[in-house]
Design a protein around this ligand. Structure first.
Ligand SMILES: Nc1ncnc2c1ncn2[C@@H]1O[C@H](COP(=O)(O)OP(=O)(O)OP(=O)(O)O)[C@@H](O)[C@H]1O
Length: 223
């Protein structure tokens, strides 16, 4: 797979000859300097963007060839996304934010809120469900965003700098939570991170650097 951004007469070549496989159940970190293409890679793997060249498969499904509508349907069915910023809806409570993806899919309010309550509990915020995002701390907001990503029971969690906007202690709490939910729900997780101590705790680490992509041994990273 290759990714080239064309802007005017210049090409920005992010990576070429990139080829790797993620196995079911793996927790994979994607690391690299700022601008190396980590988010772009995650967007391609999550069918939010296409490679300039090459293919991406999810089992037998050829992601790079899906129509926009089929890609959206795939994302809704199989993936849960968490971003650096939580993007919660400010006028809705934590519980309503978590229930939203289920309501959008046509589930009844009572069922959606029961399921949302399960995920509030999983992220340790059962007593905070009636609060709006603005009344929650940054770490709590990110935990709500994580619950919202998982409420549809995706197979794959895609996280782009999920702890990037948090202080060290809160980042540790959120990463520990991601690691526990990954294990408990047998997720496959792809996590873009600048935090090498977190990457070290993943099963595998993919590193992007100046167009070169390699895999590094997690234990070789600094603790
Ligand atoms: N849609 C786009 N069109 C043109 N250039 C883009 C586009 N998206 C990203 N880029 C460029 O591609 C490069 C890689 O961006 P990307 O966000 O993937 O890097 P990153 O490794 O995730 O960086 P960071 O760690 O700072 O978030 C950057 O130089 C960025 O400006």
């Amino acid at each position: 797979m290759a990714k080239v951004f064309r802007s005017g007469s210049t090409d920005l070549r992010l990576f070429e000859n990139l080829s790797f496989q993620v196995m079911k159940g793996e927790m994979v970190a994607i690391v690299g300097d700022s601008g190396s293409g980590k988010s772009s890679l995650l967007h391609i793997l999550g069918a939010l963007d296409r490679p300039s060249d090459g293919d991406v498969y999810f089992a037998e499904l050829r992601l790079a060839k899906l129509s926009e509508a089929a890609a959206a349907e795939f994302r809704n069915r199989e993936l849960g996304f968490v971003w650096q910023f939580h993007y919660l809806l400010p006028e809705f409570t934590a519980l309503e934010n978590i229930a939203m993806p289920l309501l959008v899919r046509g589930l009844g309010r009572r069922e959606a809120e029961t399921e949302a309550r399960h995920w509030l509990n999983e992220v340790g915020l059962l007593d905070r469900g009636h609060h709006r995002p603005g009344e929650l701390s940054g770490g709590e907001q990110q935990r709500v965003a994580l619950a919202r990503a998982l409420v549809t029971r995706p197979k794959v969690l895609m996280a782009d700098e999920p702890t990037g906007d948090l202080d060290n202690r809160t980042a540790e709490t959120v990463f520990n939570l991601i690691a526990r939910l990954h294990r408990d729900y047998q997720l496959t997780s792809l996590i873009v991170t600048h935090n090498l101590a977190f990457a070290r705790r993943c099963d595998r680490v993919i590193r992007l650097a100046a167009g070169v992509v390699d895999e590094v041994e997690p234990q070789s990273l600094p603790a």
